[in-house]
Design a protein around this ligand. Structure first.
Ligand code: SF4
Length: 365
């Protein structure tokens, strides 16, 4: 049998396990924002029997970045006259007194960059400007911010720093443990941390599988959860072509060298101990909070926005009174509608569809 035929057979077997499931009710949390979107795009939710509930978790870095961070960034741009370099997703996240896009329209200097190294290059090319890179992300993207610090240090840049809201996922797995019966662990994050991190959580009673991003990989991951759900806490790496037991020592070394763990606030989850990363003491000159005096920020949100509950898996976008009315991707009220990986954005993009056409081919072809 050819490899393609074997893969089709495995996918069909996994789909059969998922669609025929009639066991106890199960709540499965997909932690990763990319999983959320792929599950929608592939029409996977339409295959699930009533007993399986898929919950979207806190795996969108822009969504979990709390409002005070946006307020700090706006303060730096408006009051300190710095040039902000940021990924585009952050631009439209509402802060207490408007978004970064609003600040830019009022004259603040805000540059869109595609990598942290772009921000370093901007700082090197504009020595008369003070440049602050807005550094958000999980284990997958933080190594690039570490490289930015490394490069800025090598170039002896004195006009570059980071406003950091980087986070690590392991504290979130623990914080969310009562929200679901099993996790679909994010494949990209586990590629850095290694499978050993989620595997160790079985000793804390937490179950889950690492999942890839194709239809076959997601169906297989779900099928494994359904087959193992009545067993003792379990862990299975269903993405072995990318995730090894040890992960990426080189990426972790970058994180350990250039960043240090701190307690960090997550939107919706509150402060999680040692879940944040800021520039390490040896690189304190690249920490914007040490270079500038930023007063405590209020971090006020629209009281009707339920982003925090959604990120905890406590409700869905449909439970938000603003969803699809005053809050749309064109006019987002909360972060979960802004980011490409946000749950509200996924619900809105795929509203009224059970499967995108390309997904049907992937699942059923
Ligand atoms: Fe917040 Fe908009 Fe989502 Fe409601 S629909 S929770 S206002 S982002």
């Amino acid at each position: 049998m050819s490899a393609a035929a074997q893969a089709r057979r495995a996918r069909d077997a996994a789909r059969e396990i998922v669609t025929s499931y009639r066991g106890p009710r199960l709540r499965i949390m997909e932690v990763c924002g990319t999983h959320t979107h792929e599950i929608f795009r592939l029409g996977l939710r339409a295959l699930l029997p009533p007993g399986i509930e898929l919950i979207s978790g806190p795996g969108c870095p822009v969504c979990v970045t709390p409002v005070p961070f946006i307020d700090e960034a706006c303060y730096l741009a408006r009051e300190c006259g710095v040039t902000l370099c940021t990924f585009g997703d952050l631009l439209r996240v509402p802060g207490t007194a408007g978004s970064l896009a609003d600040a830019r329209s009022q004259g603040a200097r805000v540059e869109i960059v595609y990598t942290p190294l772009d921000a370093v290059a901007y700082a090197a090319a504009h020595p008369a400007e003070e440049v602050v890179f807005l550094s958000v992300g999980f284990e997958t993207t933080t190594p690039a911010s570490a490289l930015a610090i490394k490069k800025a240090a090598a170039q002896a840049l004195t006009n570059f720093s980071l406003l950091a809201a980087n986070k690590t996922m392991d504290a979130a797995y623990l914080a969310m443990r009562d929200s679901c019966d099993a996790y679909l662990y994010p494949g990209h994050v586990c590629a850095i941390t290694g499978a050993r991190v989620p595997r160790a959580l079985t000793s804390r009673g937490i179950s889950g599988v690492v999942a890839g991003f194709t239809a076959s990989e997601l169906l297989t991951a779900l099928a494994v959860i359904l087959r193992r759900s009545s067993a003792a806490p379990f862990f299975v790496n269903c993405y072995p072509r990318v995730v090894t037991e040890e992960g990426s020592p080189a990426a972790r070394q970058l994180l350990e060298t250039y960043f240090t763990p701190v307690d960090a606030e997550w939107r919706g989850l509150g402060v999680l101990p040692q879940s944040g990363l800021v520039p390490a003491p040896a690189y304190a000159e690249f920490d914007a909070r040490k270079r500038y005096t930023i007063p405590p920020q209020e971090g006020r949100t629209n009281p009707a926005c339920r982003c925090g509950d959604i990120l905890r898996g406590a409700c869905t976008p449909a439970d938000c009174p603003l969803y699809g009315k005053t809050c749309t991707p064109e006019h987002p009220v909360g972060a979960c509608m802004v980011s490409r990986e946000g749950t509200c954005a996924a619900w809105y993009q795929y509203r009224g569809t059970s499967a995108a056409s390309s997904g049907k081919e992937d699942l059923h072809g």
